[in-house]
Design a protein around this ligand. Structure first.
Ligand SMILES: Cc1cc2nc3c(=O)[nH]c(=O)nc-3n(C[C@H](O)[C@H](O)[C@H](O)COP(=O)(O)OP(=O)(O)OC[C@H]3O[C@@H](n4cnc5c(N)ncnc54)[C@H](O)[C@@H]3O)c2cc1C
Length: 421
């Protein structure tokens, strides 16, 4: 028997954000279906670094980042690459990105992000417990490592912003670092540990477990690509898909990097781009850190996963359609060997796997969460960029609050689509 006030809600996109939204909506007694074009969890949520970093409050565009760009682009092992043919298409996004890196702006961004990402593990816990997925989520902290005191100093503003927003940190010198993570290269001489952070040892399995519980609790998965919305008398009546119209009186857009055309149908022009990222995994690695460890200069993370060691990171600006450039994954192996010298100098190909995924990124590093311009019946929850795993549990709860007509527990004004109008 549906609960009083229950609605038929279609959630478009079964990534981490979609499944968290669907789970929270289901808990409110709505009749919920997930519309997924491919397979649940096979988008960006598949191959990320798996970190639930409540400390991730700093935007990608920090003051001064722009001055690093030429050096990064020229360095074949660098963390950023750009397909030059894509430059004209991405220029307006880059312009907004640069403006988002102004000192007063980054303070605002950090203040807006902390309530969204800070409670990540607390908000995830009930979903994970219900789905029997506790074995996949760990709260062991996250370590950031630096090759020099100067390079840590360059990150000082980022650490100040995190601390100003309530993140507690422990700093380590070279000797302490060695005791903490003996597998790390001796080249690292400074480390910062954030104990509140956690990770999943298998992002895909986590999404699948949550989806499994959603289905076992009466939720439906519809394999279809959504392309629009049908209204009657100003109210939503259906989601239009390539498999026909799906009746719904509320819809949530969680289509990750593919959300832009859906928002455009509702009159919202959002500068959503993709920051493509890569991973490289090593099965049965000879060396592995105990907890996710980020090389702060190389901008990649080494995460101990159920199935091996995952190096993940880097940004490639090349849009949604360009084929992967697997050299970007191989770069992660070169970097990873420098981080963990105990890894074999040559690894058989069958122990290596690679992946590319599309981070859904707005230039100001804030997602879009909230009602569409056209109607409160369609709610957005996309564009979480580098922190989509982390922000998904709270985003899902906000979506459920909006559908129920409850005020969300945090300020969502900074996430409005109208900030780009
Ligand atoms: C290398 C890398 C490392 C990362 N590391 C981390 C990390 O450690 N921690 C963290 O918090 N974040 C991390 N991220 C970011 C994180 O992976 C993403 O922000 C997050 O997965 C986005 O989730 P999502 O559900 O919005 O999108 P997705 O997982 O991409 O899901 C969107 C889904 O929508 C479906 N879809 C798209 N269009 C339609 C349509 N029209 N109709 C129906 N279905 C549709 C897609 O098939 C897909 O399944 C990383 C990303 C990368 C690339």
């Amino acid at each position: 028997m549906p609960a009083v006030g229950a609605r038929r809600v279609g959630v478009i996109g079964a990534g981490m954000v979609g499944v968290c939204a669907a789970s929270w909506l289901q808990r409110d007694g709505h009749s919920v279906f997930l519309v997924e074009a491919v397979e649940p969890g096979h988008g960006a949520s598949f191959g990320n670094a798996g970190c639930f970093n409540g400390s991730s409050v700093t935007p990608v565009a920090m003051p001064g980042v722009v001055w690093n760009v030429p050096r990064w682009l020229l360095d074949p092992l660098g963390p950023l690459s750009l397909r030059w043919t894509y430059l004209p298409a991405i220029t307006p996004w880059l312009w907004r990105f640069i403006r988002a890196g102004m000192p007063d702006k980054v303070r605002e961004t950090a203040r807006a992000l902390r309530p969204l990402v800070g409670p990540t593990l607390e908000m995830l816990k009930p979903l994970v417990s219900a789905a029997g997925a506790e074995d996949l989520v760990h709260r062991l902290g996250h370590l950031y490592v630096y090759r020099s005191a100067e390079s840590l100093e360059k990150d000082r503003l980022a650490w100040d912003l995190r601390r100003e927003n309530g993140v507690e940190t422990d700093e380590f010198d070279a000797d302490e670092l060695r005791q903490l993570e003996p597998a790390l290269s001796r080249d690292y001489v400074r480390g910062v540990l954030v104990r509140e952070n956690g990770h999943t040892s298998n992002p895909l399995a986590l999404v699948e477990r949550l989806v499994g519980h959603f289905v076992a609790s009466g939720g439906e998965i519809v394999r279809a690509r959504a392309h629009g919305f049908r209204f009657q008398g100003g109210r939503l009546v259906a989601i239009e898909t390539d498999a026909g119209d799906l009746p719904a009186d509320a819809a949530i857009v969680c289509a990750g990097a593919y959300s832009k055309p859906l928002a455009a149908k509702l009159g919202d022009k959002v500068p959503l781009e993709t920051e493509r990222g890569y991973h490289l995994m090593i099965r049965d690695p000879e060396a592995m850190p105990h907890i996710p460890t980020a090389d702060a200069d190389g901008k990649f993370v080494a995460t101990p996963m159920e199935t091996g060691l995952r190096f993940a990171g880097t940004v490639e600006l090349a849009g949604l359609d360009a084929p992967p450039d697997w050299r970007r994954s191989r770069i992660l192996l070169e970097q990873g060997r420098k981080m963990l010298p105990g890894l074999a100098a040559s690894l058989p190909e069958e122990r290596i796997s690679v992946w590319m995924g599309h981070r859904p990124s707005l230039p100001d590093s804030l997602p879009v969460i909230g009602p569409s311009r056209a109607t409160p019946d369609v709610i957005y929850a996309f564009g979480h960029g580098h922190v989509g795993m982390t922000a998904a549990p709270m985003t899902g709860k906000i979506v459920a609050d909006l559908v129920a007509g409850r005020p969300p527990s945090i300020d969502i004004a900074p996430f409005s689509a109208s900030r780009f109008s």
